[in-house]
Structure formats: C-alpha cells, structure tokens
Write a protein that binds this ligand. Sequence first.
Ligand code: TXA
Ligand code: MG
Length: 365
Amino acid sequence: MNSPLRTLHLTSDQTEIAADILRRGGLVVFPTETVYGLGANALDGAACRSVFRAKGRPVDNPLIVHFYDLDSVCAMFSPLPESARRLFDAFSPGPLSVIISKSLVASDHRIADDATAGLNTVALRIPRHPVARRILHATGFPVAAPSANLSGRPSPTTFVMACADMDGRVDAIVDGGSCDVGLESTVVDLTGPTVRILRSGAISREMLENVLGVDTVTAADSNGAHVTDNERPISPGMKYTHYKPRATVIVSEASGFRDEGDFVRRAAHSAGKGGRAAVGTIRLSGNGPESLHDRPGSISEENGVVAVFQGTAEEYARNLYRLLVWFDEIAVDVIVAELPPAAGVGMAVRDRLLRASGGIRLEPN
Ligand code: TXA
Ligand code: MG
C-alpha cells in the first residue's frame, strides 16, 4: 500500500461530501442494509482499480454495481431482462444483486471493465439503506462497491468494524450505524438457462421462486468453493477462501443440548483443544444479555464460557460477523455455533457458518 490516506469520518447527513469525493474519483466507505461497502464511481476505471488495491482484492473478482433505483438501471441497460425487472420490482430497494449480460448497455456511459473484472456480465444492486440511497441520488452515477473488509476478513456490519479495516486506505467513511441485515446480499445469476443463486442472503430461494415461478431457481452449494459447472463459470468470489475466525468453528444443529457443561466439554474435545479451552457458544435460545448493543455477548465467570443469546434468525444474521470478530478479540479457542433452521435468512446464516467451520459438526447425544 502507498502512504496512508487521511480518512475523513462523515456523519450520515454529510452525504453530499461523500458524493463529491466519489465524483472526483475517490473512495468512500458507506453503509448499506447488508454490510458496509467500499465505493467508487463505476464508470471510472482508475477509481475502480483503486478499490482492488485498497481491499487487497484479487483483480479477477468482480464488483457489484449499485444504482439509486430501477429507473436509473433501465436508463443504462435496455432492454432489461424480464426476470431482472420482476425481481427488482419485488425486492428493490433491498438486499438483492442480479447478474445480467453487460452487452445490454443502452447509454454512452459504460460500466468500467475494471469494475467487472473484464467479464461480459455485471452484478446490479439497488440498496435500501437511506445513507446509500442519498449518496447514489447525489452522484447520479452508479457506484461499484465490494464489502468494505480487507480480503480475508469478515464484512463490516458496524462503523467501528469499517474503520478498523479501512482507516488510512480510503478518502472517507460514512457512519450509518449497524447494518440491519448483517449478511451480504443474495446474488442471483440470470444469464443462463436456469436462474442460479450464487450467494444466499436475506432474499431467500422461496422468495425468488414466488416471483419467478417454482422450481426455476437452483442454489449453489454451501461448499461453493468446490462447485464446478461445465456450462458457465461460477461466481469468481467463490473460489477465494471465506472468512474463518482464528478459533476453530464447530456447527451443530439446534437441537437442545440439555447439559451446558457437557456441551462445552464435548465441543472443546471435538476441536482437539482439551479440557481448558475457552469456548464461545452461539445459542439460539437460553439466558444471555438483554441487549446486544454494548457488546455482542456475555462472559459467564463460572465456567469460563462465553455464552451468547440469539433470538431470531434475523437477529443471528445481524450479529454474526460482529460476534465472530469479538470472539477473536477475546481470544476464544473454539466457537460452537448452533445452526438456525434452514428457512429464510437462516439459510444464509447456515451457509456462512458452514464455510467458516469447514464442515466440523458436533452431534447431540
Ligand atoms: O451486500 C452486498 O452485496 C455488499 C454490499 C456492499 O452491497 N457487497 C458485496 O460485494 O458483498 P462483494 O464484492 O464482497 O461480493 C460480491 C460477490 C463476489 O463473490 C463476486 O465474485 C460476485 O459477487 N460477483 C460480482 N459480479 C459478478 C459477476 N458478474 N458474475 C459472477 N459473480 C459476480
Ligand atoms: Mg466481500
């Protein structure tokens, strides 16, 4: 990296300043409803190249291009495929990215090849976070933005996490509080004979099928890194390692481990860490702090266990990356995460946990 930049911290009502920096080819980290994004003018090749440098991202991994609304998408891509229009009608603004052919560009303004890593397809997204919307409205051009983490780290879901990774690497970071969804958008590929989910997110397979018709949607495997397809290239991002905390992650189906002590001992044993390991647990129910605002979990002094209460799958999704980072900060050896039921955003939580665990499971008695 070159000498560090002096990074401005902007409040959520300083979006005009953010838009101005983007207009001049600069980099701005901004909140979306999924995770914080690291944005650049999608029409400006040099600006897009600097996104890859700031993140340490491999240059063959394309960026998602963010638009203010469906009209601004249609102004650039014409005709917009019917399936893309239907999905955006149903789910935009919101946590969905759709991949279409880049050759449908209607206007003189072209998405930079650097944004799409030279592919002939492009991922489009219309985010719903009010700060993202104000920035996109003010710029008038689309903004290419990957998640604002350094490569190999979890996507930031709070301003503090975004600053930890991006201070000194970008021109500005806009504070938009905690992200509502907490996991990256659902990525749907519309360029082939079947509609494929390349990355699961808050817009679930059932929701997509309700709009597009049943049985039209196929989902990528959770071990997506190993998915191969003779017809079409898979999402380039799938071949890169996903975030793994320093601790060993073990997943278990949510199925009532009756005895907490036994659960923790067996977890430490499964991870090969012996009896004295510090174990962090993510449970779907149980006793825990009433509020997750100050810190994501609670430390129970009796048995040295970190116990975290999570209510719904939505709350689990919202707090997952923050929790994993916190577990690393307090130097937990083993993380045991109960998997939420495989429905709705629970699918996306399961997907991220299965990737982080490399498939290690704890079976109930
Ligand atoms: O929620 C989100 O989508 C966030 C916020 C900032 O919008 N962005 C995000 O971007 O997660 P990123 O770059 O971290 O993940 C984008 C994923 C990568 O796996 C990439 O390979 C895939 O989408 N992707 C982007 N364009 C693609 C294309 N044309 N074909 C296939 N996959 C594509
Ligand atoms: Mg990412």
